[in-house]
Design a protein around this ligand. Structure first.
Ligand SMILES: [Zn+2]
Ligand SMILES: [Zn+2]
Length: 465
């Protein structure tokens, strides 16, 4: 459906990138010789434009080969089905925005979404996979491929729906309804399963789903959407792990007998300095950030206990071990230098993996959205941005997956009070509806196009290589 006069699709990302390019060219013309502005990318570096063929040409050639022309009748069924429920979804979205709940406590969202999905003819399982606020909603019209979708609905304490998960919730529902409509029309055969996935902000729900094989045993592909200040059909997200660190020393009077003490705060300061120096040798894409959670109790007592909490992030899951090892060496060195005992505990549930976008599915989504006026930055530009993480990454390592970001007519970053406001506007709702249609068309193409599906599977093998 073409945008109406009062609704121009968001293209904040395009503006953002043209601004960024201007900044870069100014800097390079001032201080870097022209011949050195495009060095060969080292092998560990994220994809860059130097390594990629001309993207637009590839996409059109790929579509010729894949025979993905876009069935206008299917697209009409999808658009009608989603437009028909848009007002109801708007009501649900505002409800979830107003009644924000934090991870694993999304009881209201769980009830609202499961009741609604049941009323729309889905087979609903509440409290799925041992999680009180998880659910599944399924519909099948016979044999065929199985489409997995995700809805999130948790918010951020102290902020609200600052990541727009109210829009993710309804986009998952809208996409499920769109796929169901196509299945009912007889234009495709197969199954759609919407997973209600709690606690994304705590990176829990989808990791548990993967651990319980909810994804691997039940779906062939997985798709979801996420709102942002920009559009990105691939939605780069990086891997993250976290560690809790403790030092145990010996208390003593800080003035009368400091030599009797073993200073656990000194150990913590030592760790901070070691990590600060270590950063100089990290990759530009690595991140280490943390806080001291206990720095001692009183200034006149040598602290016998301190603790800290760190996040480590890097672009690829298989690089996390490198960072973990470096961190542990810093911990051990500080303990040795100060005479403290040290204990560290990596997150028990495990690493949150990076999101691996399936290129053939991303291309189908992009093509639909571009037809409706959305502009996307190049894959290289997308790979160079981001810095966030999501538990959908763990799903993307199990089945071919797609996690596009859709712009909601804001320049505010996620996790800000401004984004809370942006996530409830009428225009953001329209953005979510358009993106849901794009995701539905992508899912339906997976069901209907075996050649595309072969490409999807071949692309997924890149994870193993
Ligand atoms: Zn978030
Ligand atoms: Zn989010």
């Amino acid at each position: 459906m073409a945008p109406t006069d009062d609704y121009a699709p968001s293209s904040c990302f395009g503006n953002f990138f043209s601004f960024k390019k201007k900044q870069q060219s100014t800097r390079s013309s001032r201080s870097v010789p022209a011949a050195r502005t495009q060095p060969a990318a080292p092998s560990y570096y994220p994809a860059t434009s130097e390594k990629l063929p001309a993207y637009d040409e590839c996409v059109s050639k790929a579509f010729e080969q894949l025979d993905v022309k876009g069935d206008s009748e299917v697209e009409r069924i999808v658009a009608n089905a989603i437009d028909n429920v848009s007002d109801e979804l708007r009501t649900i979205s505002l409800d979830l925005h107003e009644h924000m709940e934090t991870g694993m406590k999304e009881f209201h969202a769980h009830k609202v979404l499961t009741d609604y999905l049941e009323s729309k003819g889905f087979i609903v399982t509440r409290h799925a996979y041992g999680m009180e606020t998880a659910f599944t909603a399924e519909y099948s019209n016979g044999p065929g491929k199985r489409i997995g979708l995700c809805s999130e609905y948790d918010g951020l304490p102290g902020l609200g729906q600052a990541c727009g998960h109210n829009l993710i919730a309804i986009s998952g529902v809208a996409t499920a309804i769109g796929v169901k409509a196509v299945l009912e029309s007889g234009k495709a055969s197969g199954k759609v399963i919407l997973f209600g996935t709690p606690a994304e902000e705590l990176s829990i729900g989808k990791i548990i789903l993967v651990q319980k094989r909810a994804i691997q045993d039940n779906v062939d592909v997985a798709l979801m959407l996420h709102p942002a200040a920009y559009h990105a059909e691939r939605g780069a997200m990086i891997a993250i792990h976290d560690v809790r660190l403790e030092f145990f020393g010996k208390a003593s009077h800080a003035s009368a007998a400091p030599w009797e003490g073993i200073n656990a705060l000194d150990a913590m300061v030592q760790v901070w300095n070691s990590i600060s120096m270590m950063r100089q040798q990290l990759l530009p894409t690595d991140r280490v950030h943390g806080i001291v959670t206990d720095g001692g109790k009183a200034p006149n007592v040598i602290p016998d206990y301190t603790s800290a909490f760190f996040f480590v992030r890097t672009t690829k899951f298989n690089q996390i071990g490198r960072l973990m090892h470096k961190m542990e060496e810093c911990f051990k060195a500080a303990a040795l230098a100060t005479g403290c005992e040290v204990k560290w505990t990596w997150r028990e549930i495990g690493v949150t993996k990076d999101v691996v976008a399936n290129d053939p599915m991303a291309d189908v989504y992009q093509r639909y959205m571009e037809k409706h006026g959305i502009q996307f930055p190049t894959p290289a530009e997308q790979a160079a941005t981001g810095g966030g993480s999501t538990d959908f990454g763990n799903i993307s390592y199990e089945v071919p997956s797609l996690h596009p970001m859709f712009g909601i007519h804001t320049t505010a970053a996620n996790h800000t009070i401004q984004f809370v406001e942006a996530a409830k506007t009428e225009v953001a709702h329209k953005d979510a509806i358009l993106a849901s249609k794009g995701l539905t068309v992508t899912a339906v193409e997976v069901l209907r196009n075996d050649t595309l599906y072969e490409r999807i599977q071949a692309d997924f093998k890149k994870i193993k290589n």
